[in-house]
Write a protein that binds this ligand. Structure first.
Ligand code: FPP
Length: 232
């Protein structure tokens, strides 16, 4: 039994369809999705998960209509500021990772403040991926390594050495990756880091994904046999 995964990651999908089914704007679905974020953060902490990471905004999401991008950024800003007390009360460290140069100064300032204030919290780390893409991460890691190392050191680099240049440096690779809403793809998420991750797909739309659905995913994970390419 693998019991509880150390790191659970989630591609939160289906907010738009959830809103459309109710005859509402897409932003209404994102607001309901933020409630699921709160519920799943609490459920993960209670279950003993040490790292919960959420794909909140991809590099590709910048191509959505301005109104939706703005609504999402406003929602994220409100969340990052508004959740501080809950994060402190629950001993949760907050980390935001991604191509942060593309985020507004306002969003970056809120991220920096919440990260600094929660840096000492130890029960669980909540990672929000913002303006993130897996290919971008690998590319920026390569550039960082090339700029830091001598040509000889660069050539001598081993696989584990490369991890420290990714934005996820210091965070263990996800054990379990959940994607909601029935889509069966990785969508340029944690490409490098998910080499041996267990995948769990559900048709449930993200705003409907709550504690019971999270526990169903953990139960399925506990039944998986992880062999990492070896024979057991
Ligand atoms: C995918 O649904 C979801 C997103 C692009 C945004 C995820 C953001 C949240 C859940 C909001 C708040 C986040 C935090 C951390 C508070 P979609 O819009 O692609 O849905 P669709 O596929 O049905 O159109």
């Amino acid at each position: 039994m693998n019991s509880i995964p150390t790191h659970v990651s989630i591609i939160m999908d289906g907010n738009g369809r959830w809103a459309k089914a109710r005859g509402k704007e897409r932003a209404f679905g994102h607001m309901a999705g933020a409630e699921s974020v709160r519920a799943i953060t609490e459920a993960a902490g209670n279950a003993g998960v040490k790292y919960l990471s959420l794909y909140a905004f991809s590099e590709e999401n910048w191509n959505r209509p301005d109104a939706e991008v703005n609504a999402l950024m406003e929602l994220l800003l409100r969340y990052i500021k508004g959740e501080l007390k809950t994060l402190m009360d629950n001993d949760i460290r907050f980390v935001a990772l991604g191509h942060r140069e593309r985020l507004s100064d306002k969003v970056n300032a809120a991220i920096d403040a919440t990260m600094a204030q929660t840096a000492g919290n130890r029960k669980m780390t909540l990672v929000i991926f913002l303006s993130y893409s897996g290919k971008w991460d690998i590319m920026q890691a390569m550039k960082k390594a090339a700029a830091t190392l001598s040509p000889e050191e660069f050539q001598a680099m081993e696989l584990p050495d490369f991890d420290r240049y990714l934005v996820t440096a210091g965070i263990p690779d996800p054990d379990l990756l959940i994607r909601t809403s029935g889509e069966l793809r990785i969508s340029n998420y944690l490409l490098w880091q998910s080499a041996y991750t267990e995948f769990y797909f559900t048709d449930v739309l993200w705003p409907d994904f709550r504690e019971a659905e999270f526990h169903a995913a953990l139960e399925e994970y506990a039944r998986r046999d992880r062999r990492y390419g070896k024979v057991k």
